[in-house]
Design a protein around this ligand. Structure first.
Ligand code: UDX
Length: 442
């Protein structure tokens, strides 16, 4: 089967390479010439473990190619995946201009039956709107079917998530089109991955509701963590015991500086917006966003509590990416927190294994001193602030760090260290919600 994937961001490139690996003939399309030139040369425009190898393997096998020529690409294909960005507009709604422009280009070019699949996260009603746009603007009298096939992949483990998803969601009206898409995912079907086949609106809502629920779990545990600090309880043990109830589940109960990334903040805002638009304000989601904002401030306050007023102090920030294994800093808590620390008079020395460049691009005006390793960042610092739980931060030579620092203090906003061990090593230490440091006794 021939497939075109439009948009070579995370979702497009991972899905394109993944489907090629399933044996499909995939052409990936993007309007960004520089991106396509790089991809043709085997360069991946962002960091994602294993993706470079997967792309190279499938290009070599002749199943994966890249082009900027949308008209040419869709000529040979039965199925077209739309994977372009849907960034947040200032009012919180999703900006659908890229989706619209793709739909209008398709209306211009297609001259035979096509199945048009949306993988981008789009507000409920968008797939129907895409069909209407194409039907109203098409040059040739051809039939198109639309399918909603949301993608649930996480940055940093995107390939694993694509190859072994928890579920495949396919929403549509045409049984014929649904069967075609099911066929693409046959390897997953055979591996007994659950398939949810439904209508367009339900499929669109599943994606938003899933992301919003996960974000809710995070804001919930962040609130509980702050309360644990105040009343002297240990959130790690609380979360562990909560998670033993299968109705709650253990995952996504790690407190931190707040969620970031290209999905959660945007999707929660978009669902909240949809609620307002439909005269049904989503009070829970408004609170999830407020708590997420406050979490940045909670982290800054912890730094101030541990090292006093910030003027004259140097803070060593370890981790700038919104989570480990990615160079992505979109909506990363570090953007806000570093800015606030500097605004309050601190000097910041920062280190991230791969996100430094992206951070500089996002905040070129911030006078951050970028270090080449954690030790250089810690040199002369009054506080070590862990903002991303990169594995390499778990195994630092903390004796060496202590000797390099002006004051041995740690704000561990990802709870990667054991409080008792840090105290024994001679650090002033605070984690997130680790109240009385006792934790689980046995
Ligand atoms: C998320 C969803 O997991 C994925 O299914 C969807 O398709 C896209 O959005 P992603 O944004 O890549 O994926 O990252 P994820 O691993 O879910 O983490 C999101 C944010 O939540 C990060 O900032 C992370 O640090 C934070 N987080 C996550 C917590 O603070 N605590 C947790 O327990 C889990």
């Amino acid at each position: 089967m021939h497939i075109a994937v439009i948009g070579t961001g995370y979702v497009g490139l991972v899905s394109g390479a993944g489907m090629a690996d399933f044996g499909m003939n995939v052409v990936c399309v993007d309007i960004d010439e520089e991106k396509i030139t790089k991809l043709k040369a085997g360069e991946i425009p962002f960091y994602e473990p294993g993706l470079k190898e997967l792309v190279a393997k499938n290009v070599k096998a002749g199943r994966l190619s890249f082009t900027t020529d949308l008209a040419e690409a869709v000529k040979r294909t039965l199925v077209i995946f739309i994977c372009v960005g849907t960034p947040p507009a200032p009012d919180g709604s999703a900006d659908l201009s890229a989706v619209k422009s793709v739909a209008l280009s398709l209306a211009e070019t297609i001259d035979e039956y096509k199945v048009i699949v949306t993988k981008s996260t789009v507000p409920v009603g968008t797939n129907r709107w895409i069909k209407q746009l194409i039907d109203e603007n098409k040059k040739n009298d051809v039939k198109v079917d639309v399918i909603s096939n949301p993608e649930f992949l996480r940055e940093g483990c995107a390939i694993e998530d694509f190859m072994r998803p928890d579920r495949v969601v396919i929403g549509g009206e045409s049984d014929h089109a649904i069967a075609i898409i099911k066929d693409i995912y046959r390897p997953l079907y055979l591996a007994e991955t659950p398939f949810v086949i439904t209508d367009l609106e339900t499929a669109e809502m599943i994606k938003y509701a899933s992301n919003a629920f996960l974000a809710t779990k995070i804001s919930f545990i962040n609130e509980v963590a702050t309360l644990c600090d105040k009343v002297g309880a240990d959130v790690i043990t609380v979360a562990k015991a909560m998670g033993l109830d299968p109705r709650i589940g253990p995952r996504f109960l790690n407190p931190g500086p707040g969620f970031g990334g290209s999905c959660f903040p945007k999707d929660v805002r978009a669902l909240a917006y949809l609620g307002k638009q439909n005269n049904h304000p989503m009070h829970i989601l408004e609170a999830v966003l407020t708590v997420n904002e406050r979490q940045r401030e909670v982290t800054v306050q912890k730094v101030k509590q541990i090292c006093g007023d910030l003027p004259g102090k140097t803070i060593a920030v370890l981790g700038l990416a919104f989570k480990p294994n990615t160079s992505d800093v979109r909506e990363s808590p570090a953007l806000d927190i570093v800015e606030r620390l500097i605004a309050e008079g601190a000097k910041v020395q920062a280190y991230d294994p791969i996100a430094e460049e992206e951070f500089k691009k996002a905040k070129p005006e911030l006078p951050v001193k970028y270090a080449t390793d954690p030790y250089e960042a810690a040199d002369g610092a009054h506080c070590l602030l862990i903002l991303t739980e990169w594995n390499e931060f778990r195994y630092l030579d903390l004796e060496k760090i202590k000797n390099l620092m002006a004051e041995p203090a740690i704000v561990d906003a990802r709870n990667i260290y054991e409080p008792a061990r840090m105290q024994k090593l001679g650090f002033k230490y605070t984690g997130m919600g680790r109240g009385n440091f006792a934790g689980q006794k046995a």
